[in-house]
Design a binder for this molecule. Structure first.
Ligand code: UT7
Length: 325
């Protein structure tokens, strides 16, 4: 029997043109560039244009990942799109992207795990590929959080941005050689008891409206630090590796202080961490593939290097993935 592993063949991302910086935000709500920067590390964020939807961002990122992989939509067996801001209640935004990429077979589905969505989507696609149910997959994280923000609530509206990132995967036979490329493992967790700490106060079955994001920031921060430390350890020990084996940490980009705290716990030099929160803010499910695309695009992350991905979000959900690029 042939065993398969998922290899990342291409990475792509897309950010809307419009940039909203802290100074402009300070003219909209009672906040300041200093407060936002000191508490979060955020300078600016991208905002989708009127009439530009999550599917538009996802399609652009998907096209770029496919181009980098030398693949087309016609080569794909599977699309898994992580988003908490789908175009519509149904059908899945992934099916819109599927049509626009010219993929007419296989399956396309959305995954909802908020900021951990990309790790969840990667894990699902990886399992399809390992089991031989698909040979190729496009995993996308795409969000338009600007549409679910209460722009009068300074405690949340300064934190988020819009964007999309994607990776194209191909199943390759496991050879058993050391330093084999591919997704080594993924680790997922959720704990629904913490629903009220981070949620959207609307939805089709409750209020029939979309609602706005609500967050108890300080509590989420506390849980994020603990949960990320746990799952990062879990991913390293599952592979018999130590933090010193890592070439890069590509974390979910919610807050510079959380990112630095995780790196510190790992004993990892901050020079080995890809940080985009300053330029993108928190783009939820899009933040990891956006950061990955940045690291690959500017030549820092290279083939064969060991990369740890991690995220924590509403639910709570959290997870990690260890990948040899
Ligand atoms: O991606 C999903 C997971 N999400 C996260 O990981 C987010 C986790 N949480 C955080 O990143 C941080 O908790 C925040 C950035 C949201 C907040 O930072 P904090 O250091 O925890 O601040 P705080 O909520 O304790 O608020 C401190 C003060 C408060 O004033 P008082 O009560 O001390 O007088 C807030 O009212 O800062 C005030 N404040 C603001 N001031 C200026 C809250 N938001 C703002 C603001 N501008 N935008």
């Amino acid at each position: 029997m042939i065993l398969y592993r998922s290899q990342i063949e291409g990475v792509g991302s897309y950010l809307p043109d419009r940039v909203l910086d802290n100074a402009e935000l300070a003219r909209m709500v009672d906040t300041s560039d200093e407060w936002i920067l000191e508490r979060t590390g955020i300078h600016r964020r991208h905002i989708a244009a009127e009439g530009q939807f999550t599917s538009d961002l996802a399609t652009r990122a998907g096209e770029r990942a496919l181009a980098a992989a030398g693949m087309t939509g016609g080569d794909l067996d599977l699309i898994v799109l992580a988003t908490a801001t789908p175009d519509h209640t149904f059908p899945a935004t992934a099916t819109k992207v599927q049509a626009r990429l010219g993929m007419t077979r296989g399956a396309a589905l959305d995954v909802q795990a908020v900021c951990s969505g990309f790790i969840y989507a990667l894990s699902i696609a990886d399992n399809f590929l390992r089991l031989g149910q698909a040979r190729t997959a496009l995993v996308i994280g795409a969000e338009t959080f600007s549409r679910i923000l209460d722009w009068n609530d300074r405690t949340t509206c300064v934190l988020f941005g819009d964007g999309a990132g994607a990776v194209a995967l191909r199943a390759v036979p496991v050879t058993g050689k050391p330093d084999e490329r591919g997704i080594l493992s993924t680790h997922l967790h959720s704990d629904g008891r913490h629903h009220d700490m981070l949620y959207v106060d609307g939805g089709p079955s409750t209020t029939r409206t979309t609602g706005f994001l609500r967050m108890m920031g300080r509590e989420v921060f506390r849980h994020a630090v603990a949960n990320l430390a746990q799952v990062v350890d879990e991913a390293m020990s599952a592979n018999g590796m130590r933090a010193s084996d890592l070439d890069w940490l590509v974390p979910h980009q919610a807050n510079r202080r959380i990112i630095d705290g995780t790196a510190r716990k790992l004993g990892l030099d901050t020079a080995k961490v890809i940080v985009t929160v300053g330029e993108h803010a928190n783009t939820s499910a899009a933040s990891i593939p956006l950061a990955l695309a940045q690291g690959v695009g500017d030549g820092r992350i290279r083939k064969g290097q060991l990369v740890l991905l991690e995220a924590m979000g509403g639910g709570f959900t959290w997870g990690a993935g260890l990948v040899r690029m």
